[in-house]
Every structure is written in C-alpha cells, then in structure tokens.
Design a protein around this ligand. Structure first.
Ligand code: NAI
Ligand code: MG
Length: 489
C-alpha cells in the first residue's frame, strides 16, 4: 500500500493580461479574485479584462496574423516550436498539476494522471500536423489547372470553461497553432492561472509575440467582446448550451465561423450480459470523475431490470468507499465543486430529485471535508421525465433508470436534446454495435468510459455542439479552403 502524501502548493507567477507578448494590467485597472475551492481562500487577484483589452488583444493577433511570421514560416518549424511548448510543460509537470489543483480544486492525483498527460499529448499530436496540411489538385472541365490550398482561418477567439482548464487550452491551441492561426483566448473566471502559465511557456518556446493573447475576465464582458469583434474570424467555445445560444446570436452580424463543445446528459447503458464488476467501476468513474463536472458525464445510468439489485449494490459500495478530502493529498479521490454557484445548483437538483420521488441511496447532502464538497449522490427509481433525468447537473449526482429491452432502451436513451456521448456495457458484441449505431451521440464507448485521445474526434450531436474537436476534424475547423484555377493556354 502506498501512503498518502500531501503535495506542496505551487507559486503563482502570472496574473495579468498577456497581449502582444507583454504582461499588462487591465485598462480599467480592475482585478477579480480567484479562489482555492476547498478552502475558499483567495489565491490571486487577476486582471479583469474588458472591451478595451480585447480590442488590444485582437489588434495584436491581427498584426501577428497579417504580418507573420507564424503563418508564413516553414510549417515544419511551426511544428518544432509546438513540440518545444509541450516539452516545457512536461518540464514543469508537477508544478502545473499543483497549479491546476489549486485553482480548480480537482484532486492532485487526477491532475497528474489525466490533465497534464492529455494536455501534453494533445499539443504533440497537433505539432505533428503542422507540416501535413495541404490541399488537392482537381480535374476540372476545360484547359485549366485547379488546385486547393488549406489556409488558416485567421484570428480565432477561444472561450473555455473551468472543468479542465489546461486541457481545454491544449484542445483549442493545438489545432489553431498547427494551422497558423493567431489566438485571443479568455479562460474561465474560476480558473485563469494555468492558462496564463501556459502563455508564458509558449513565449519561452518561441511562439512569436501576438500569436497567443490572453484576456482573463468575465463572459458577458470580455467573452462577449471577443464574440462581437469584427477582427475575429472564428470563435471556438466550450461551456453551457445557453451561452452558446447567446454567442451564436452575437456572432451573426459578423458571420463568424463557430465551433461549440457543450453539455450532455449522456446515457450509460448496462445490459444483463455485461461484466458487472467492470461496468460498475466504469459507471462510477463515468459520473463521479472530476466531481461530476464533465460535459460527457454518464449521468443517465440505464440498468437492465434483472440485474438492477446486484448492480446497484456495487455502486452503493463504491460511493461509500469514495475518499473526499484535501485535493493536495494523493489519497483524495473527490475534491470540492468549483464554486458556490455550481455547489448551489447541485444542491438544488438534489432537493428536486428527492421531491420528485427518486430514492436517494447514498449522499444527498454536503460533506464536511471542506468548503463546497458534495457527497457522492446516487438516486434510484429515476424516471425519464424527472428533472434529474433531463437536466445537466454537473456534479456528483447519478440517476439510475431501469429498462427491459433494447428497442425501448434506444428510444429512451435518445429522448434528450443532448447528444454528446454514450456508453454500452455488454459481452454481446453484435448488440453493443447495434446500440452504438442507434444512439444519437458524438462519441460511444463500448465496455469503457471517458477514453480520450487527441487523434479521436470529440463533439456533440444535437444541442451538445457544433463541429468536432481533436483529430483531423478538429484541425479542419481552423482552415479555410482556397481554390485556385489557372488557365493553361
Ligand atoms: P458558461 O458557459 O457560462 O461559461 C463557459 C465560458 O464562457 C466561461 O469562460 C465564461 O466566462 C464564458 N461566457 C459566459 N457567458 C458568456 C457570454 N455571454 N459571451 C461569451 N462568453 C461567455 O458556463 P458556467 O456558467 O461556467 O457553467 C454553467 C453550466 O454550464 C454548468 O453547470 C454546466 O452544466 C455547463 N458547463 C458545461 C461545460 C462543458 O464542458 N460542456 C463546461 C462548463 C460548464
Ligand atoms: Mg455562466
């Protein structure tokens, strides 16, 4: 048995706006506080960017795009610089993991095992793409030579959430940088610190000034200014679908390219012929990982009727064993929710679940491990129309629904305006593929959950998103196609 240790806290280095390669305070002089969720203490005052700061950032990004050298340098050199950024992040692996845990509250073991490795891998994956972006030659009628070129879309606005702060930076920067775009990014107001640290490392790696600009601040001010700015060609956003609706409307006058990665109410389906221990462990992980704050959380657990009792017993035991505590202790499996608003929203849903008549088998209350902790909560007897079965809760609250047969299951699994992810647990490979085919979701996991890879596209059907991130599809969103036709006589 390994003994738990407590990891020491990191030093906070960057707290200002990063514009044109300079660290500068917000024009207003205003700052906002960022907190350590587990204690509520203020850990830093961060520059609160607004319209003027966004204007300056877009100007720097425009200049860097129009004048180069990022867009115009040898593509292979662009790739080499991106590899260097990944190496610099790797060199500060422990420090960055601790900074993520400090700002977000996620257990240090998760930061070390998931956030950091996935961040580094994503940047390396897209670094390798930099010199492999090219068009086609097209046979057209007549005596003409026609070819296409793939060009960077331009200045991109990137607005990210707080649940995987560093990883969202990598998902956004990776394809944008490989394509030759320049960036104005707004990190979430809850978790700006690792993004700012990465900007410093990007500069050290040799990414030219103005290519990456960071404006910390709030959504309706700094975020909205990015969306409205005519100098921004594209907006990539991850967050709530209601925010995406506002962004889509605000982007209409300038017809920006948009990609969205939004929420979900993902069905996680366990058939009676599954390996029940693996399915139970996977279902626990699918929902409780990252304090339940995952866009693809397996929040609707469909269990086949005849295995219900034995399966639920396994889930109850795992919830009772889950270790809540100091995020800096390596023994901790679950930390606090990210902020008071998220905590309150989750507690409201727990009360709604109780009043709707679902049976609360574990949790159902706050936990005194610290500030903003919610006990792992399990609701049984949940029916399709209950709010806890339809709404994204974004916390450690799992709803169990039972089903009899496959056709009924598929209809119910699809009875949602979301379509981000789904999972199937079964030893019958034909049935698993059949369900994977019928479920309207951007990702389907079979006998696993939350398996992410930089090469595998991720995104939503229906109101879970627009476009895909990761893989080649993620890169395409940062490219424009130019068709060139040359008369040959
Ligand atoms: P949000 O969608 O409001 O925030 C995400 C990002 O968008 C933040 O950087 C925020 O500052 C920015 N933003 C907010 N309003 C904006 C606007 N009008 N214009 C431009 N940018 C804007 O999400 P929030 O409030 O943090 O969380 C609310 C709920 O959203 C959660 O409870 C969860 O259900 C869902 N959510 C889903 C995420 C996902 O990964 N799909 C991530 C975060 C939240
Ligand atoms: Mg919001």
């Amino acid at each position: 048995m390994t003994t738990a240790e407590t990891i020491s806290r990191p030093t906070i280095r960057q707290t200002q706006c990063f514009i044109g390669g300079e660290w500068i305070p917000a024009q207003s002089g205003k700052t906002f506080d960022t907190h350590h969720p587990a204690t509520g203490e203020v850990i830093a005052a961060v520059a609160e960017g607004d319209v003027g700061d966004v204007d300056a950032a877009v100007e720097a990004a425009r200049k860097a795009f129009d004048e180069g050298p990022w867009r115009t340098m040898d593509a292979r050199e662009r790739g080499r610089i991106m590899y260097r950024l990944a190496d610099l992040i790797e060199a500060e692996f422990d420090e960055l993991a601790a900074l993520e845990t400090l700002d977000n509250g996620k257990p240090i073991s998760d930061s070390l095992a998931a956030d950091l490795p996935l961040t580094i891998d994503c940047l390396r994956y897209y670094a390798g793409y930099a010199d492999k972006i090219h068009g086609q030659t097209i046979p057209v009628n007549g005596n003409f030579f026609t070819y296409t070129k793939k060009e960077p879309v331009g200045v991109v606005g990137q607005i990210i959430p707080w649940n995987f702060p560093m990883l969202m930076v990598a998902w956004k920067w990776g394809p944008a940088l490989a394509a030759g775009c320049t960036i104005v990014m707004k990190p979430a107001e809850q978790t700006p610190l690792t993004c700012l640290r990465m900007a410093r490392l990007a500069q050290k790696a040799g990414i030219p000034d103005g290519v990456i600009n960071i404006v910390p601040g709030y959504g309706p001010t700094a975020g909205a200014a990015i969306v409205a700015h005519p100098g921004v060609d594209k907006v990539a956003f991850t967050g709530e679908y209601k925010t995406a609706q506002i962004i889509m409307a605000e982007a209409a006058p300038t017809l920006k390219r948009l990609t969205f990665e939004l929420g979900g109410k993902s069905p996680n389906i366990v058939f009676n012929d599954a390996d029940l221990d693996a399915a139970a462990a996977g279902s626990h992980f699918a929902l409780y990982f990252n304090q339940g704050q995952c866009c693809c959380a397996g929040s609707r657990l469909f269990v086949q009727e005849d295995i219900h009792d034995q399966f639920v017993e396994k889930l109850v035991n795992m919830n009772n064993d889950r270790v809540l505590g100091d995020p800096f202790s390596t023994a901790t499996e679950q930390g606090p929710q990210v902020d008071q608003a998220q905590f309150d929203k989750i507690m409201d849903y727990i009360e709604i679940g109780k009043s709707e008549g679902a049976q609360c088998l574990t949790g159902g209350t706050a936990d005194d491990a610290g500030n903003l902790y919610v006990k792992p909560t399990l609701f049984d007897g949940v029916t399709d129309e209950m709010k806890i079965a339809t709404d994204e809760i974004f916390g450690p609250v799992l709803s169990i629904l039972t089903f009899k047969d496959t056709e009924e299951l598929i209809q119910r699994a699809n009875n949602t305006f979301y379509g981000l992810a789904a999972a199937v647990w079964s030893r019958d490979i034909g049935k698993a593929h059949y369900v994977a085919d019928r479920v309207r979701a951007g990702t389907v996991w079979v006998n696993c959950y939350d398996v992410f890879d930089a090469a595998a596209p991720f995104g939503g059907f229906k109101m879970s998103g627009l476009g895909r991130e990761l893989g080649q599809e993620g890169l395409n969103n940062y490219l424009e196609t130019k068709t060139v036709t040359v008369a040959l006589d």
